[in-house]
Design a protein around this ligand. Sequence first.
Ligand code: PMP
Length: 292
Amino acid sequence: MGLLIYLNGRLIPEDEAKVSVFDHGLLYGDGVFEGIRGYNGRIFKLDEHLRRLYASAKAIMLDVPLEFSELKDAIVQTVRANKLKDSYIRVVVTRGEGDLGLDPKKCRVPTLFIIASSIQLYPAEIYERGLNVVTVAVRRNLTEAVNPAIKSLNYLNNIMAKIEANSTGASEGIMLNNAGYVSEGTGENIFIVSKNSLFTPPVTAGVLDGITRDTVMDLGRGLGLEVEEKEMTRYDIFTADECFLTGTAAEIVPVVCLDGRPIGTGKPGEVTNRIRKEYTVLTMSEGVPIYE
Ligand code: PMP
């Protein structure tokens, strides 16, 4: 049986859930989105994701057609209608239907849809063995141009980086910003562990203010680590004890090799594994209940 999709106020079967070819989300990538996880009958960090969605929309002068609590309710209803216990939820707001010009003034009604689907888990061996990553030549968007803090439908910057990483046979690409500092992966934030400290680039380095990033910083403090947002170079990664990536879909993935150089022991690190465990405990115990 197909999914039930929320589209502009209605839950409809997936084969009827269509948007116009004149939608500026499609024509220009003019819109914003969120990727959210449901675990064990609950939605994890829903308020945090929605706050970021409204902030992204505000930053591009887009009105989300529902109030915060209405949208929250629509998401819960969509997951419930699909009877999902564990889920991956995509919330998308576009500028809506316009003409072939790029002027958003012509788009009168934003498009809002919610897809709640079952989650495609990453293979277990990725977490056991860790990732080989490469630095890509494609630089992360300038914060003064298309700010990476906005989770917009314009993902071409990340896709170009992913294509480059794929072409080298690496599992993921690390993007530098225009000043040459490390920003993030193509769809994940990056952390390193050095001695008793956890470091991640600041949002001003041109990264998405990741929800998992935030959770991991809290978990790190809880484990007694020093946690610091700090500009970093490839040197810092080469000489780190451990490295990992964070994201809603991937959760916490160990990185064991950058540009052909092993990081630390070349195996997933102890701190990374501890944080992974703590993260799993959180996902199983927190969140907005779907079926109460
Ligand atoms: N950076 C980018 C570019 C992303 O698209 C994402 C989300 N996939 C992340 C980082 C991780 O953010 P979050 O932890 O909020 O999923």
